[in-house]
Write a protein that binds this ligand. Structure first.
Ligand code: SAM
Length: 286
């Protein structure tokens, strides 16, 4: 486990993932009933953009830092920029919030987050971050095992019907990770069929993802939506040319909420040959 998210915080892939995450949370908040979020690969929750790991790679310079001050962004982007700004001083971007912090910021008193992180130092930082937030449980454990241990979710013995499973692994050993992701999501939906599952995936060469998509299509879910942002052509197996979110059982009209964001991100973050995709691989017509 060499991966540290600090080297990549705020890059184009984080921007896409977190814009979609906030759109999903917004949909869950349309009802007063509580929701539960399982973040299987949570990271440390908060990253310094100046110096440290992020400073060494400067990936945020072609991600979040290009969006700061954007004029008239689509609503889902505006919400994302407000959420990032909430962790920073006025007129400066020093810190980037990770998925568990963005989730906790968006949640209400009745909602709950379980955040899993396997790497001990990252997990310790995450525990410190949420030490005073009783809505958040940090688990220093394998996020795939947590699907079995924590789902379906219960709070004080009462089952929570609605919610989200976010699966955002590092894909260090890709041959092993894709089947593990598909197995975990299948199991999550067997245990908690009402849930939405959102999986982040890297795009180097798109065609290599086809077997993964076939596996996701075979999972018994009502619907499957892909949202992708390629910042350059997907012609190199060595570079992160883009990324996507595969969303099983997305909430009603999620596609309409995300649609204006993708061309906006393409224009702001893309190079020559950039592209986007918003496509249903499976759609509930009932
Ligand atoms: N979701 C975070 C965000 O958006 O801010 C970033 C997560 S990062 C891409 C992946 C994280 O998963 C790393 O912090 C890594 O240490 C952790 N990790 C790797 N394998 C894991 C596993 N099996 N279970 C839980 N965490 C794992």
């Amino acid at each position: 486990m060499n991966y540290r998210h600090g080297f990549h915080a705020g890059n184009h892939a984080d921007v896409l993932k977190h814009v979609v995450l906030l759109a999903l949370l917004e949909a869950l908040m349309r009802k007063d009933a509580p929701f539960f979020v399982l973040d299987t690969h949570a990271g440390r929750g908060r990253y310094l953009l100046q110096g440290g790991q992020a400073g060494r790679t400067a990936e945020a310079a072609t991600g979040i830092l290009r969006l700061a001050g954007a004029k008239k962004p689509p609503a889902v982007i505006a919400r994302y920029l407000q959420a990032v700004a909430a962790d920073n001083p006025v007129d400066a971007l020093l810190v980037y919030p990770g998925s568990p912090l963005l989730t906790a910021q968006a949640m209400r008193a009745q909602d709950r987050l379980a955040a899993c992180e396997l790497q001990p130092e990252e997990a310790a930082a995450l525990k410190d971050l949420f030490a005073r937030d009783a809505r958040v449980a940090v688990h220093a454990r394998d996020g795939y095992d947590a699907v079995r241990a924590l789902l379906p979710p219960r709070v004080d013995g009462v089952r929570i019907a609605r919610g989200l499973v976010l699966v955002d692994p590092p894909y260090e050993a890709q041959d092993e990770e894709y089947p593990r992701v598909a197995r975990a999501v299948r199991e999550a939906l067997e245990r908690w069929p009402q849930a939405t599952c959102a999986i982040w995936y890297p795009i180097k060469q798109r065609r290599s993802l086809q077997p993964f998509f076939r596996k996701l299509e075979a999972i018994p879910a009502r619907s499957l939506l892909l949202a992708e942002l390629l910042v350059r052509p997907d012609d190199s197996p060595l570079r992160l040319n883009g990324s996507g979110m595969a969303i099983l059982n997305p909430p009603w009209k999620l596609d309409e909420a995300i649609a204006p964001a993708l061309p906006f991100l393409q224009q702001k973050l893309g190079e020559t040959g950039a592209a986007t995709r918003l496509e249903w691989l499976k759609r509930d017509v009932g």
